[in-house]
Design a protein around this ligand. Structure first.
Ligand SMILES: [Zn+2]
Length: 58
């Protein structure tokens, strides 16, 4: 499978399944997904923490 994000050919095991137990897989490899998650968190760290804080107060 070719990752739609980095364009590298990777084994299907490197892609997360779309549904639990399903054979359909995401078009973005695990490495790109974790990179995207990390950068999302880095960019939105303050907002994420605020949301967590707000939830705790309720
Ligand atoms: Zn990728």
């Amino acid at each position: 499978m070719v990752c739609q994000r980095c364009g590298k050919n990777r084994p299907s095991a490197d892609f997360y399944p779309r549904k639990r137990g399903g054979t359909a897989r995401t078009t973005t490899c695990k490495m790109c997904v974790s990179k995207a998650n990390a950068s999302y968190y880095a960019k939105n760290r303050a907002a994420v923490l605020e949301r967590v804080k707000a939830r705790k107060l309720v």
